[in-house]
Design a protein around this ligand. Structure first.
Ligand code: ZN
Length: 57
């Protein structure tokens, strides 16, 4: 029984970890990252989620 309880806890922890992964660690929103190509040909990541949250990228 104890073993079963542990596995149930793991499932809950995994679900929590998955949920944490699907949120931006800067603004806490759903991650919206777009790749922007700079004039110099460099690819830059731009966080739309943070921008809409008011956090400067
Ligand atoms: Zn963000």
């Amino acid at each position: 029984m104890a073993k079963k309880d542990t596995s149930k806890t793991n499932v809950t922890a995994r679900a929590a970890a998955k949920l944490e992964q699907s949120t931006c660690r800067f603004c806490g929103r759903k991650p919206e990252v777009v790749r922007v190509l700079t004039p110099s040909g460099k690819t830059q990541m731009f966080r739309k989620c943070c921008a809409s949250a008011g956090i400067a990228a």
